[in-house]
Ligand binder design. Structure first.
Ligand code: NOJ
Length: 499
């Protein structure tokens, strides 16, 4: 790894194609409008470390990495990670230095409630998050707080985790402590991060914690309980806290774009959307699971010999309870896929019941993760789709970013953010999409779940060979500093580092 320790001296070189450069010259939408805030994010297990600090309880990730290390590509763990538990001030310093408006963090459930339940609340755990939030506020950075980002207490998993309907109640107890403790300071809460991912990968395929291969039945059951938990937390906030705290509560959905492989096959794109983003958004914005999804899963279940659909059914009361439970549309978006309808089931678990096959356009540029291609027009497509489908809700892009394999001169990441932000600004100016927040992922290279540290999304690299875990700015850190300093999107080739 070439270390770019001389933050002020690294120069950026362009890698845009001729047409991209032309488009850049013609683009008049480069000013970041008043109503659009730009920030950066991380999550608790991925950066904190301090896995057994003070009275913290064990969570599902602690259990997975310690008991089945081979499930992580490089057999690493989050025991120390970026040591943000001790180095949070340094993280805030960098967020400030890049002049970001907000910092998205998540809370570790087992750090706050060591037993998983609210009978014992950890003073040390609360103190850590109060310190971090206070540090952000003192630096005029807005904290965006995700209550759950995949790291629930192991003791709750021992009772079935998200496949146990009691998890709705357990989650509510936890959310109540969070609102009560932090709601005076935090004005944006996210209940759950990427339900689709933790349900499909955690309980469907079993490749991330808790590592339970329960097939699509487990994934749908997890999703069903998690949606109810989200809705109950939203209602709790309305009932007990909103009038005093005046914040916003929402959920974050995983919304990759699915583009038709052949221009006429818009149905394929629609089916794929409903099985992914729509799985969560339809119950919240329209009511119940999408009809396309219900019909396809019912048919698939019948063909597979089940007596009932593997997609659980909401009662009318539950449908009404979930509908409308979001003050903003939280969206993580990284990339796009091509889709087509096929007769045979697909190996991708999410799309297996849908009769959809996904692939990549060979012309798309690949990044440090094999699933992550650079497809900026897919981002604009998704923003316009959300506007059209859900009546132009306020959109918070809670994650967007590119992966590298320990590259300090990360021209590709700069290019990625430039092209995606340019697409976003067009969607705002030209198409009137109501995008209010954009969050680059991530502040620092961190524990990338089953990939370990083999790929990083950070604007800052981490010195993994030193226990001090020094942060080292990549070139993209200085590009963002320039963008935020001018509040204007800067073409990559003009990006020289600013002191
Ligand atoms: C989404 C997840 O929320 C985040 O934790 C992860 O690092 C990114 N995807 C990149 O894979």
């Amino acid at each position: 790894m070439r270390k770019c320790l001389t933050y002020v001296l690294c120069l950026s070189v362009v890698t845009l194609s001729y047409s991209e450069v032309q488009a850049t010259k013609n683009d008049s939408y480069f000013v970041i409008p008043e109503g659009l805030k730009i920030g950066v994010g991380t999550s608790s297990y991925q950066v904190e470390g301090g896995w057994n600090a003070s009275d913290k309880g064990e969570n599902v990730w602690d259990r997975l990495v310690h008991s089945k290390p081979w499930m992580i590509l490089d057999e690493t763990d989050g025991d120390l990670a970026a040591d943000s538990y001790n180095k949070y001030k340094e993280d805030v310093h960098w967020v400030k230095r890049m002049k970001f408006d907000h910092y998205r963090i998540s809370l570790s459930w087992a750090r706050i409630l060591p037993t998983g339940l609210s009978n014992s609340v950890s003073r040390e755990g609360l103190r850590y998050y109060h310190n971090l939030i206070d540090e952000l506020l003192a630096n005029n950075i807005e904290p965006l707080v995700t209550i759950y980002h995949w790291d629930h207490p192991q003791v709750l998993e021992d009772m079935g985790g998200w496949t146990n309907h009691m998890m709705v109640k357990f989650y509510l107890e936890y959310a109540n402590v969070v609102f009560r403790e932090f709601g005076d300071k935090v004005k944006v809460f996210t209940t759950l991060n990427e339900l689709q991912l933790f349900c499909l990968s955690g309980y469907g395929i079993g490749e991330i914690a808790p590592g339970k291969p329960l097939n699509i039945t487990g994934a749908y059951l997890c999703g069903h309980n998690a949606l109810k938990a989200h809705a109950e937390a939203y209602h709790l906030y309305n009932r007990e806290y909103r009038s005093k705290q005046n914040g916003r509560v929402g959920i974050v959905s995983h919304c990759a774009s699915y583009l038709p492989k052949t221009p006429n096959d818009t149905l394929a794109a629609e089916i794929a959307f409903e099985f992914s983003c729509g799985w969560i958004s339809h119950p919240i914005y329209i009511g119940d699971y999408p009809k396309l999804m219900k019909d396809k899963v019912a048919q698939f279940s019948k063909d597979a010999g089940f007596t009932e659909s593997q997609l659980p059914v909401f009662s009318p009361a539950e449908i009404a309870r979930i509908k409308g439970t979001s003050d903003y549309f939280g969206m993580n978006h990284y990339t796009s896929f091509l889709v087509e309808q096929v007769p045979d089931s697909e190996s991708n678990l999410l799309l297996r019941d849908s009769g959809i096959k996904q692939s990549y356009d060979p012309s798309w540029e690949i990044t440090g993760m094999d699933w992550l291609n650079i497809v900026p027009h897919g981002f604009g497509y998704m923003l316009r789709k959300i506007k059209a489908k859900y009546n132009n809700p306020p959109v918070y892009v809670t994650e967007n970013g590119s992966a590298d394999n320990q590259i300090m001169d990360d021209h590709q990441r700069i290019k990625y953010h430039f092209l995606y932000l340019r697409e976003l600004l067009s969607a705002v100016y030209r198409d009137n999409c109501n995008v209010q927040k954009y969050t680059a992922w991530s502040l620092v290279d961190c524990f990338e779940w089953s990939t370990g540290y083999a790929a990083g999304f950070g604007l800052l690299a981490l010195n993994m060979s030193s226990p001090a875990r020094e942060r080292i700015p990549k070139l993209s850190a200085s590009w963002f500093e320039t963008v935020m300093g001018t509040r204007k999107l800067q073409p990559p080739f003009n990006s020289t580092l600013q002191k």
